[in-house]
Structure formats: structure tokens, C-alpha cells
Design a protein around this ligand. Structure first.
Ligand SMILES: Nc1ncnc2c1ncn2[C@@H]1O[C@H](COP(=O)(O)OP(=O)(O)O)[C@@H](O)[C@H]1O
Ligand SMILES: [Mg+2]
Length: 423
């Protein structure tokens, strides 16, 4: 049924004039029509077309002309599919996976928006039973936090897991890496650009008392080329938000109350990307988390700081009565240097690190510039294999992570509200 409808939809779309539209990525108020629609509409859309309704995408998503497509070999590499081509074509005939389009040489290709259904059947990431919040944080900049957040979010979304990325760094790196287009161009006047930037909505608008329009967190959500991946963009006003949160009576639970709790039935994974500063946004993110993921460089200074960082997190957990897993990802080992090798080994033996180490790689950087995970961008590369292995290990920890005691808490009441003063 699904496959049949898809064929009709795609055939229809192929007959349209090609290439008239660019990949639609939300640009604030101007393009709000592309933002997530209310729950009911969205639910019905998901029921029938878990990988996005192609009939609707004419007004609401990528067109066939500009949507990326993937061969069987590429899909096999992305998801580590062991089954052979025949298995996939049988699954296609049964309607278990969406029907591919045939190229002129009768080769099959699947569009990126169809990949989540294939990932769900043949991939390596299983959906969690309850929504999980993964926070990417370490006290150092440039250690691939945002890159790991992007790779994990895209890979989960490619496995048909509904993902919301919440950018919490005023440097706005993950927002750019997700392809956010602020709608600016070089031919604009500064005044025009200012106006557009002023109208850009963000979490800071949720707390702004002066603004009495009925803004909800759903109005902030933007869509990507993947039907299963949405995000809340970052703006420099996050700094304002950070200060304002301190004045609210919830303080450390503001993010749970205003973002996670209202959306917890719509998303299965929240990825929170933070900057290196330890501030009220960090505290809020940790209070909301099931798991903290910290990349760590294989260098002597990081190695020295690790002990204090672990202690800081342990103290935080104790003072706030929170509970979340903490896992480290070694990055940037230079295997030519004995000290680097030794540090990597120490990390890997420590029990709270993954067994891999993400290397410095131009392919990861290029993938990020192309708004992709390295697994999609260079599926045959060594670094793609390392990234997949890292994500597999992290994902195991995500699935095993404890429930968050605050998310279900009625009215967000705590035993002691002094806690936040000590963190
Ligand atoms: N594996 C990698 N190898 C080389 N450069 C990378 C890699 N991952 C990310 N980068 C680049 O390194 C810079 C810092 O990475 P980023 O993920 O933004 O770090 P952080 O969020 O910790 O500050 C960015 O320019 C990014 O494109
Ligand atoms: Mg970053």
C-alpha cells in the first residue's frame, strides 16, 4: 500500500518541471510554513508515511529534483547491511521498505527521505522505549562536540528515530551544520539583514515577557532534509536566555518544562549541543539529560583535567539528585607520539570511554560543511567506520541510560530549591 502510493507520488513528481526549488530549510518567520505543524496533523502524516509523505513534500519539503539519492551499495555501507541485494529487493516488493526509483540503466536508487525506513529495518540503531536526552558537553572548545552531535543526530534520524536537536551554544555551530539558512544575502542592506535577524525566533523568545503573542516551543522547530530530523536553531540571544533563566523560579528545570516535557511524546531523541562554558544552560541541559557525552582530546592537559571534570560532574549529580550516564569519546590521538598513544590507552581502559578514537580527518570536516554525517558523505572511508563504531557504542549507553527523575515530576517540584545555588 505504502509502496504503491509512493510510486504514484514520485512518478507524478518526476513529470514536474525540474530544479525550480532549492532544498527548503527554514529561515525563521519568513518560512514558518515549513516548520512543524500541530501534533494531530503530524501524527497522521507519520502513520501513513513514516519516511515523509511525498505527496505533501511538494509544498512542504525537498523536491525530487534536488533530493539526494543513494545506491544499494551506499546504503549497505551506511547501515552495515549484511543482507544481499535480493533481500532488499524482496523487502521492496513486500512494501517493507519504500520503493526505489529506477535510473535509466534500471539501477535502483532511494531518496534521502526514504532512508529512515531502510535504516529502521536494516540498520544498527534501535529506537529507545522512552525518549532520551543526550547532552554533548566538555569544558574545551574544538574537541568535535558539535561534529559528534551532528553525526549522532543524523545517524539516529536515518534509523527512523525521531530526533530534535536543540542548539544551546551562542556560536550557533550546530544550527549552521544542520543547514539553517537565516535568509540573508550579500545584496541586502544592513537594515534589511537586521530586520530578518530580529525576526528570527529562538528559545530566548519563549522567556521574553514583553512578547505577548502565543509563542510555543513548537513555533521554534525547523525541519531538515530528513523527515525524522528537526531542530531548534541557536541565536546569539541565548546569552540573554541564560541570564533570564536565572531569574525564573524554576532555574535549572526551565529547559525541561519549556522544551523537553512539551515535546517528549513527539521525539525519541533530543540532542543538546552546548558550548564549552559552564553556565545555566549547561546546568539546565544536564538536569534534562539521560546521558552526558564528553569528547576528550588525547593530550596531556586534557588528561590532567579529566579527573577534575569527572569530580565536578559527580558533585553536580550529588547536589542536584540527578542521575544520568556519563561517557567519554577520545578524539585527536596522534599515534606517532608515545605520550598521545599512552593517554589514548589510559582513556580506553578507564571504563567510561568508548573503545574508539575519532581522528582528525578532513572528511569529517567536509561532511560537516556539506551538512552531512561523515557516514553519509564518505561511507567507504576509514573515518566513517570509526564514527559508526563510536555511535554504536554510544547508542548502547543511550539505550541503557537511567530514566530522568525530573521529566515526569508533577509540577516540577523538588524537595529542595536551594540545589541550584550549589551547582
Ligand atoms: N574529525 C574531525 N577532523 C578534523 N576536523 C574536524 C573533525 N570534526 C570536526 N572538525 C572541525 O573542527 C572544528 C571544531 O569542531 P567542532 O565539532 O565545532 O568542535 P566543538 O563543538 O567542540 O567546538 C570545526 O571546524 C569542525 O568542522
Ligand atoms: Mg560546538
Amino acid at each position: 500500500m505504502v509502496a504503491a502510493l509512493l510510486v504514484r507520488a514520485y512518478t507524478g513528481r518526476l513529470e514536474r518541471p525540474i530544479g525550480l526549488r532549492q532544498v527548503p530549510l527554514s529561515t525563521g518567520r519568513a518560512l514558518q510554513k515549513w516548520k512543524v505543524r500541530p501534533n494531530i496533523e503530524r501524527e497522521s502524516k507519520i502513520d501513513h508515511f513514516p519516511f515523509g509523505d511525498p505527496l505533501l513534500t511538494n509544498n512542504d519539503g525537498p523536491t525530487i529534483a534536488n533530493e539526494e539519492s543513494f545506491t544499494f551499495q551506499k546504503i549497505q555501507k551506511i547501515f552495515d547491511v549484511e543482507e544481499n541485494r535480493k533481500t532488499l529487493s524482496n523487502a521492496e516488493k513486500r512494501g517493507d521498505i519504500p520503493e526505489a526509483v529506477r535510473t535509466s540503466g534500471n539501477h535502483r536508487k532511494w531518496f534521502i527521505s526514504q532512508l529512515p525506513m531502510i535504516g529502521q529495518h536494516y540498520g544498527f540503531m534501535q529506537a529507545p522505549d522512552s525518549p532520551k536526552v543526550a547532552v554533548i558537553y566538555s569544558k574545551k572548545g574544538g574537541v568535535f562536540k558539535t561534529s559528534i552531535a551532528l553525526n549522532m543526530a543524523r545517524m539516529a534520524a536515518l534509523h527512523n528515530i525521531k530526533v530534535l536537536v536543540v542548539g544551546l551554544d551562542d556560536q550557533t555551530d550546530i544550527t549552521s551544520a544542520l543547514g539553517h539558512d537565516f535568509g540573508l544575502d550579500d545584496d541586502m542592506s544592513v537594515e534589511e539583514a537586521d530586520k530578518i535577524l530580529d525576526e528570527e525566533l529562538s528559545l530566548a523568545d519563549l522567556i521574553d515577557d514583553d512578547d505577548d503573542d502565543d509563542l510555543t516551543v513548537r513555533d521554534l522547530i525547523c525541519k531538515t532534509d530528513l523527515p525524522t530530523l528537526d531542530y531548534i536553531p541557536e541565536v546569539p540571544e541565548l546569552d540573554f536566555l541564560e541570564q533570564e533563566i536565572q531569574k525564573t523560579n524554576l532555574r535549572d528545570l526551565w529547559l525541561i518544562k519549556n522544551v523537553i516535557a512539551p515535546l517528549k511524546n513527539e521525539y525519541q531523541l533530543f540532542v543538546l549541543d552546548l558550548g564549552p562554558a559552564w553556565n545555566m544552560l549547561t546546568v539546565n541541559a544536564l538536569m534534562a539529560s539521560n546521558i552526558l557525552i564528553s569528547p576528550i582530546e588525547c593530550k596531556i592537559n586534557n588528561y590532567r583535567n579529566l579527573k577534575f571534570f569527572r569530580k565536578k560532574i559527580e558533585k553536580f549529580v550529588k547536589n542536584t539528585s540527578s542521575s544520568f550516564s556519563h561517557v567519554f569519546i577520545p578524539v585527536k590521538a596522534n599515534d606517532k607520539k608515545k605520550l598521545n598513544r599512552g593517554i589514548k590507552k589510559k582513556y580506553q581502559q578507564s571504563g567510561d570511554c568508548v573503545s574508539t578514537c575519532i581522528p582528525v580527518s578532513g572528511q569529517v570536516e567536509d561532511a560537516m560543511a556539506m551538512k552531512k554525517s561523515v557516514v553519509e558523505f564518505a561511507p567507504s572511508s576509514t573515518v566513517s567506520t570509526v564514527m559508526k563504531q563510536t555511535i554504536k557504542e554510544i547508542w548502547h549507553e543511550v539505550l541503557e541510560s537511567p530514566d530522568n527523575p525530573f521529566i515526569e515530576m508533577p509540577h516540577y517540584q523538588r524537595k529542595s530549591s536551594e540545589n541550584s545555588a550549589t551547582i
